[in-house]
Design a protein around this ligand. Structure first.
Ligand code: ADP
Ligand code: ZN
Length: 609
């Protein structure tokens, strides 16, 4: 039976947590697991939380930090993230600071003083800073109540981002016996999860694993044909949006950056080869929406907390699903729809293999395994959320998500595609089952390419018999043939080979059904979402926010996220009391920015009538 008193206390605690959520952050309800995690931490129970990007991990230690009397130490490997979070907390009226190598000596000492005087609630530190004897000394005498370890996957060798300093955190922990520990990460395979628990000596810790599914991300993989044109076409549809374009190499970043900026896109490059000053400036411009598009290597993104990233375009194939998941995870943190496009070209696999071959023997094997999983994902014929989520140990019912290319194509009408299948399969057969889809399609469409001519494939009976379909349509058909087990694709060479069922198609024993969709459309998803709100007003609100941000020398989202402005443009609040009901408007922000935004709305309404 449930303990009456306990339930009562629970209710009171919940009420209390909700009021903090509303008063400080301006949010109405907790997201999945947040309330449970916060209660566990407040009850001094250790927690391991695995939650996807954008699910609100920071709140899980920020609310306890606000409520604890003592200090909460947040370990994070990412300098830019610390600064960002401290700025955001300051804008909410929560005293926080950070300690890392980017501070000047004076700033450093001033933060140390504030800790001594118990003036701050949250202290963000880099792991190597925390491990410094002077810092450890100071903190162990400062009543640390909570130790939050962000990006906890860095503890594990099995993760894709192992950091040796992180391994030493277990010893740091023993210096704060009173402190509860919460370890959080967005990417952890089951093996990494076990490793984190073990190294932090979490014997009785509570585990929270949220679904890795990011419902608001539309996931799309298309064959890479002419990537520059494909990229420009994609960007043209997204003139006012912010996004990240990931390339494999620094040189590729530089080249694409040149092309895009000469075409008039507000874009900046980012990679480890740029001088520090320039790199940091470019990142800052991206965060502040002054250059809403960034072309980058994978060096970019850790610790970037920009909520309104509306697309992530992979110009090249990522090395692993973990990389891919983390990179697309930077889109749509604000919960609004975002588009993730991967240009998948077979040549990229060879590039990555070349790169892997240079690695040490022991690393090579696991890198190959990861690459194989990535390739399998890119070629996957059914709902993409299947292989993506199962990679992280999450089981999923076999159902269409409606937010990936393979699922949304399923709405298309199914027709008899037997004759197309016969043409395609016999072309595979006649060319000796040695070529990939691109060459087969060239032969079918009667291409006069050098390869076709040299191989004498223009003399084949199937040459030119498939002109009725575009290249994209044939690519789509080919994927369906693979899915329906008529063909298999060789991992090493990309060549297509017939499976036994193909012979039943030749003999017309079985008919083939499928769709003849053109290549997947890539229309923006954002518009749909807030068509109901007033776009002209939204634009004015965004302008007001940008001006204010410039004045404050801070990113726009530190003032309000897009979602708040959209909510304002929908509800048209007149008074401060109305405004307090808007998403993301807490007491301090209401006080600081309320009048300004109310004025914009009032002016707009007045002119509109
Ligand atoms: P993560 O660290 O998991 O990637 P964040 O902690 O940065 O995510 O949260 C993502 C966004 O969601 C932030 O803008 C945050 O303020 C917002 N958020 C967090 N919790 C809630 C909530 N309960 N209701 C509404 N918004 C929330
Ligand atoms: Zn799907």
């Amino acid at each position: 039976m449930m303990n009456q008193k306990f339930t009562q206390r629970d209710f009171t605690l919940m009420d209390h947590l909700h009021s903090v959520l509303k008063r400080v952050f301006g949010y109405d309800s907790f997201r999945p697991h947040q309330a449970e995690i916060i209660s566990a931490v407040l009850g001094k129970k250790d927690v391991l939380a695995i939650m996807p990007t954008g699910s609100g991990k920071s709140l899980c230690y920020q609310i306890p930090a606000i409520l604890f009397n003592g200090l909460t130490v947040v370990v994070s490997p990412l300098l830019s993230l610390m600064k960002d979070q401290v700025e955001q907390l300051a804008s909410l009226g929560v005293p926080a600071q950070y300690l890392n190598s980017s501070l000047s000596c004076r700033e450093y000492l001033s933060v140390m003083d504030q800790i001594r005087r118990n003036e701050i609630k949250l202290l963000y530190v880099a792991p190597e800073t925390l491990l410094k004897p002077s810092v450890m000394e100071l903190l162990s005498g400062s009543g640390v109540e909570c130790l939050a370890i962000d990006e906890a996957h860095c503890i594990s060798h099995w993760g894709h981002d192992f950091r040796p300093e992180y391994r030493k955190l277990a010893s740091a922990r023993s210096r704060f016996p009173e402190a509860v520990c919460i370890a959080i990460t967005a990417t952890a395979t089951p093996r990494v999860q076990a490793d984190i628990r073990e190294s932090l000596k979490f014997t009785s810790a509570r585990m929270f694993i949220s679904s890795f599914d990011r419902h608001n991300l539309f996931i799309n993989v298309i064959p890479k044909r002419d990537p520059v044109t494909q990229t420009i076409e994609f960007l043209k549809d997204r003139r006012d949006q912010s996004g990240i374009i990931y390339c494999f190499s620094r040189r590729q970043v530089d080249t694409l950056y040149q092309i895009l900026s000469s075409r008039g896109f507000a874009v900046k490059p980012y990679h480890a080869g740029l001088p520090d000053g320039e790199r940091i400036r470019n990142q800052e411009m991206f965060i502040r929406d002054e250059a809403p598009i960034i072309v980058a290597t994978i060096a970019f993104g850790l610790g970037i907390n920009k909520p309104n990233v509306r697309f992530v375009l992979h110009y090249d194939l990522p090395q692993s699903i973990e990389h891919y998941y983390q990179e697309i995870g930077r889109a749509g943190r604000d919960g609004l729809p975002a588009h993730c496009l991967l240009l998948y070209g077979y040549g990229d696999i060879q590039k990555i293999r070349f790169f892997i071959d240079k690695k040490e023997e022991e690393e090579r094997q696991s890198s190959y395994t990861r690459l194989k999983a990535m390739v399998n994902y890119a070629e996957y014929p059914d709902c993409r959320r299947g292989p993506l989520l199962s990679y992280f140990g999450e089981k999923r019912d076999k159902q269409a998500c409606g937010m990936c290319d393979n699922c949304s194509g399923q709405d298309a009408e199914r027709t008899d595609i037997t004759s197309a299948a016969q043409k395609f399969l016999s072309c595979v057969k006649r060319t000796g089952e040695m070529y990939g889809a691109t060459h087969i399609i060239d032969v079918l469409r009667g291409s006069q390419s050098r390869k076709v001519m040299q191989l004498n494939h223009h003399h084949l009976s199937t040459y030119g018999t498939g002109r009725e379909h575009t290249k994209e349509q044939w690519q789509g058909l080919c994927r369906q043939f693979i899915r329906q087990k008529l063909l298999r694709k060789d991992f090493d060479y990309g060549s297509l080979q017939l499976l036994p069922r193909a012979y039943d198609v030749f003999s017309e024993k079985v008919r083939v059904w499928g769709t003849k969709e053109p290549a997947v459309k890539t229309e923006p998803h954002e518009e749909k979402e807030h068509r109901s709100c007033n776009l002209a007003l939204l634009k004015l609100l965004k302008e007001a926010r940008l001006q204010l941000a410039r004045k404050m020398n801070a990113p726009a989202y530190v003032i309000f996220p897009d979602k708040t402005l959209i909510d304002m443009a929908e509800r048209l609040p007149r008074t401060k009391a109305d405004l307090a009901n808007v998403y993301g408007v807490g007491a301090v922000k209401l006080d600081k920015y309320g009048d300004l935004f109310l004025l914009v709305i009032r002016e707009y309404v007045k002119n509109a009538v």
